[in-house]
Write a new protein. Sequence first.
Length: 185
Amino acid sequence: MEIISTGFEGLFILKPKIFEDSRGVFFESFSERKLQGYIPEGTKFVQDNHSVSSKMVLRGMHLQREPHAQIKLVRVIKGEALDVVVDVRQGSKTFGKYFKTLLTAENKLQLLVPKGFAHGFLAMTEGIEFAYKASDFYHPESESGIAFNDPQIGIDWGVPESELILSEKDRKLHHVNINDLNFYA
């Protein structure tokens, strides 16, 4: 597995080594040993989540505040998703900036998202299957987020906003001042 820097502290793309032959494909999708040094010592992934989304569904931008902040390891099992994260860690060199990458079933890339990042994705194909590991359990009282179209951040989703399908919850995420999220680098 190759671990690729993104220029954002703690945020990495994981590119698996793919073994393919006449029988099919094999690759290692997770190795705690290979992530040593990339995630805080003692981190355990305690929950796996799996969603299926129609084309143009946007889920995000979500995060959990301390003490239930999560490290996430995200990937697409079927289809394609534009995966986007925003650094909300005050004091970080990339505070308020976003990173995006295309995760697909074909490229098998994963994104290792540290604590202090809001996360979301846009389904680029019909019926995508998106899966991720989380280092803490979902805790509703710690849930937070930022609007997908927050003008302070200016995420370029690559499609007109009128084409996006959002949940009522995500539609109601306000344009919050990311300084108020209280994450520190």
